[in-house]
Design a binder for this molecule. Sequence first.
Ligand code: T5A
Length: 210
Amino acid sequence: MKKNKFIVIEGLEGSGKTTACKIIKNFLFLNNIKKVIIVRQPGSTSISEKIRKIIKNNNKKEKLNKFSELFLLYSARIQLMKNIIKPALKKGKWIISDRHNLSSIAYQGGGRGIDQSLIKILNNIINKISKPDLTIFLDVKLKIGLKRAFLRSNFDRIEQQSKNFFLKVKKYYLKFLSFEKNKIIINANNNKKIVQKNIISKFKNWINNN
Ligand code: T5A
């Protein structure tokens, strides 16, 4: 029996993270691993879901400051780590998280230009609770990802950012991914069928060795 794992899916908007979470859960189910929880960030606890609304919704009366955004995201993350992820891991459940610390490094560090040393301090607090065993990065071209996100629903507050913002996000994703030991990178520009096949094949290979 495999030891339970904490798996994180990362990528730009519309890269297919939510779809990938379901693919991995289904793969685990077919391999007789049934205690699996999918969570999303920000979100997945009642307080974190309230924070998600603040992060995503456009408040025309009051602009959200970039540091408020950062601290809100980490407040949501701590709630999730302490109340859901840590207890579930302790009980032997598998966790698949739609985004984690790397999103903050990329969006708040890269996109918003917040000093990485501050983000590192916050990440250390989170990592002390528990660290992911694997990060799966869905590498999508900005144009393709945003088109998919737009076709699904109107752009939220972050999706309305400039092309330059997302280029910086992508640059930081790739830079900080190079420091990650346990990672899988998937070309997410292809159609769903091909992406699914690649996710399963690389994940299967990883799980057989971990
Ligand atoms: N954020 C979050 C930060 O700034 N810092 C942080 O620390 C954290 C945690 C979260 C926002 O918060 C920001 C980043 C985000 O802007 P969100 O709604 O969770 O908001 O946004 P995303 O995480 O970007 O999620 P999306 O729903 O936009 O995209 P997904 O989950 O990557 O993609 P998915 O699977 O929902 O697919 C989107 C659409 O594309 C289709 C799907 O069917 C769906 O319609 N699709 C494909 N179509 C064609 N080919 C493929 N290969 C496809 N894969 C999926």
